[in-house]
Design a protein around this ligand. Structure first.
Ligand code: NAP
Length: 683
């Protein structure tokens, strides 16, 4: 059998391993399959290359261009995923495990691509929050902005998800405009190498955006500076070692840590045997124990069950676990494959032995942790193991030791407060789940355990058909947890992109804020054209382009006609005495919606043209009532523009309505879709 030489991709070149390389064995057969590591890798040159090529190339692109690149990369990977499946079996993963790692990784990239297009501007600066008025007259404003960090993101990943682990970090990094150097765990780096190769061969990535280290990082971490970011996933022990390096502390280098976690799941007191929730709970626990052979940072390690339900729960689990087919992951019947390596298996068994000091093994053999061999004598197979800890209050190991394999412990609880106290003994976890059909229980858990968890997952008969599972971190939601779990917070949509950007508070005049943010703010320069803005195509419209309309008087007849036509005969529009008793109104007033309709009538240019549709209205406020006899007029300014597809983009207009005394009556943002091109049809 050929032994793979897992190469690194450094400064544009693939570099093979050398005599210092580490051996990598197949999880199924134990055979030597690959070697990885090159002591002579020029890490300084890699950092220079990323900073001088990758950063500038990515930062020349807008968020939308980067998002399009991510989408193309994800679709390209999707076309080549069979090759990734094929090689991944050797890590011990089954086909269903591949769906989480490979398809899950590609799906995560697609979500970031879509969020980049929908939630970020077609620009290089991201605005965090709204403009802050810092002065009485509005001539001095504030705005928080985020710009790309100018260094390199170093991604250090755990062995269990060689594809997802890389892509969930890479997608937000590239979207932020930062180049990355990816260092996967050596045990499964041959899978990551193939994924990196597929991405680089696509030609979609700009030069320097992605480099890859197989094996050791050498002294790369000692050469970082404050513009660099380290994003780490792995054990608490390694995280502590790396983040306490003097060079990292001295330079205040951002260090995002996703560590191990003693995640728990609670069976609600309402969810007794015989309810749909009880069955759902046993299925969730089973899935969490056997998926990836339990080598999942989010897997359920502690199972909290009401005292009265412990016996029945264990009985059901014994039956379920007893029918799990453990074996060669390539066999389609197999439900649980092998652990990644013999050393990982030994580590899990020794941790299980420790747990056995405080808990009785009720499934799997506590004294004889022999391999459940399925014809593969050196494979890293083991049986799932379920423990029962009768006195979880007195125990400590079960709340502290993570056996990173198919091992979990059942614990009884007396009441909800007791359950919350036990869940929190994980000292900070990635996720806790509660299976309950009682929404009050959910609120109590959110209040009592939220501060100890990065994610709380509730499931019951109403959500079970569409829920995504206790153990699945989703790109839309934050993944990470406080304390023991590392204190990190990855993904969570655009929040995850911000790890690779610097937030800066900008203060200045409206014109300065408007120019930096590419968003018109009141008080900034207004641009006027002889043509009506509705006749101008998307790209021609300028930020700050403004139209002032004529004014229109609002009469009592208008108010009455509108009231009877729409059916809105609310007393404030119809009954002068009643309106006067209301602290907001001087007497009968015009409907707010009548004013909006009149405003449209004042600013609209009615002919067929580049404005395709009015798609909405944001931040509407009515500031001053309008009575019969008052007049209103409109100011309409182009606030912001966002391309949406190949044909049209969204224009956000800032609209103000003022009365005859120039007092502000209403303010809102109008959204329209405007064509890039418009040709007057020939008659
Ligand atoms: P690990 O032994 O801590 O290794 C994690 C990564 O750190 C690997 O890439 C490893 O590379 C690297 N590393 C180790 N020492 C290093 C050093 N001195 N300098 C630079 N890099 C170094 O963890 P693992 O065994 O791969 O993964 C299992 C652990 O990860 C479990 O505890 C699990 O809970 C945790 N995990 C957490 C999450 C999460 O999102 N919170 C996700 C998955 C896994 P080598 O392989 O080359 O040593």
């Amino acid at each position: 059998m050929t032994i793979l030489d897992v190469k690194s991709f450094a400064a544009g070149q693939w570099v093979g391993c050398d005599s210092n390389a580490q051996n990598i064995h197949c999880a199924i057969s134990g055979e030597l399959i690959a070697r990885a590591g090159c002591a002579s890798l020029d890490v300084e040159n890699m950092l220079d290359y990323a900073r001088s090529h990758g950063g500038p190339n990515l930062q020349a692109m807008t968020f939308h261009e980067r998002a399009k690149m991510l989408k193309a990369l994800a679709l390209h990977l999707s076309k080549h995923k069979q090759a990734l499946y094929d090689i991944s079996f050797q890590t011990g993963a089954t086909q269903s495990d591949h769906l989480i790692d490979i398809d899950g990784g590609i799906g995560t990239m697609l979500v970031f691509a879509s969020k980049g297009r929908r939630e970020m501007p077609d620009d290089k600066i991201y605005l965090d929050g709204e403009v802050e008025q810092l002065s009485r007259n509005g001539t001095f404003l504030g705005q928080h902005i985020c710009t790309s960090m100018k260094g390199v993101a170093i991604h250090i990943n755990a062995f269990n998800f060689p594809v997802w682990g890389m892509l969930e970090k890479l997608a937000p990094t590239l979207l932020a405009g930062m180049p990355a150097i990816v260092k996967p765990a050596t045990a499964t780096c041959y899978v990551t190498e193939l994924c990196v190769k597929i991405m680089l061969d696509s030609g979609l990535l700009p030069k320097g955006a992605l480099q890859f280290v197989a094996g050791d990082l050498g002294n790369l971490l000692d050469r970082l500076n404050a513009q660099d970011v380290i994003s780490f996933t792995g054990s608490e022990k390694t995280a502590l070692k790396l983040k306490s390096k003097p060079s990292i502390l001295e330079n205040s280098i951002r260090f995002i840590a996703e560590q191990d976690s003693l995640n728990a799941s609670i069976l609600g007191e309402d969810a007794i045997s015989g309810t749909p929730e009880f069955d759902l709970f046993t299925e969730e626990v089973l899935r969490e124990m056997i998926t990836k052979a339990g080598q999942k940072c989010t897997a359920i390690r502690r199972i909290l069950v009401p005292e009265t339900q412990v016996e029945v729960f264990i009985n059901v689990m014994e039956t379920k676990l007893g029918s799990v087919i453990v074996g060669n992951p390539k066999d389609p019947e197999t439900q649980m494959g092998a652990l990644v390596s013999q050393s990982q298996r030994q580590d899990v068994l020794s941790k299980a032995e420790l747990i056995g000091q405080e808990a009785e093994c009720v499934f799997g053999d506590q004294n004889d942790f022999t391999l459940k061999e399925k014809g593969q004598s050196n494979g890293a197979f083991m049986s799932p193991m379920l423990f029962h800890c009768e006195s979880p209050d007195a125990a400590s190991i079960v709340h502290d030791v993570e056996a990173f394999g198919p091992v979990a412990t059942v614990m009884p609880y007396k009441n909800l407060d007791h359950a919350i106290g036990l869940v929190n003994r994980g000292q900070g976890s990635l996720v806790a789940s509660v299976i309950t059909n009682d929404a009050d229980v959910a609120r109590e858990v959110a209040l009592g355990a939220g501060a100890y968890h990065g994610r709380l997952y509730f499931n019951n008969r109403h959500s079970m058909n569409e829920s995504t599972g206790h153990g699945s971190p989703l790109p839309h939601m934050v993944h990470g947890g406080p304390g023991r779990a590392g204190g990190g917070e990855e993904m969570g949509g655009v929040r995850g992109v911000m790890h690779y950007m610097q937030r800066t508070a900008i203060q200045g005049s409206p014109e300065i804020i408007s120019r930096i943010s590419n968003k018109w703010v009141a008080g900034a320069n207004e641009i006027t054209h002889s043509e009506h803005p509705f006749t101008r195509c998307f790209h021609d419209l300028e930020i700050g382009e403004t139209l002032y309309t004529a004014s229109r008087e609002v009469t009592i007849k208008d108010i009455e006609t509108f009231a009877h036509f729409t059916g809105d005969t609310f007393y404030a529009h119809m009954d002068d005495e009643a309106a006067k008793r209301n602290p907001f109104f001087p007497g009968r007033v015009a409907h707010g919606y009548l004013l909006l309709s009149f405003a449209a009538g004042l600013f609209v240019q009615p002919d067929e043209g580049p404005v395709l549709a009015n798609t909405g209205l944001d931040n509407l406020r009515f500031m001053k009532p309008v009575e019969a006899g008052d007049s209103i007029k409109v100011r309409l300014s182009v606030k912001h523009k966002t391309p949406r597809n190949e044909e049209y983009g969204e224009v956000r207009w800032h609209v103000t309505l003022t009365n005859q005394d120039d007092e502000l009556v209403a303010e809102y943002e109008l959204l329209t879709m405007n064509a890039y091109e418009y040709h007057v049809p020939s008659k």
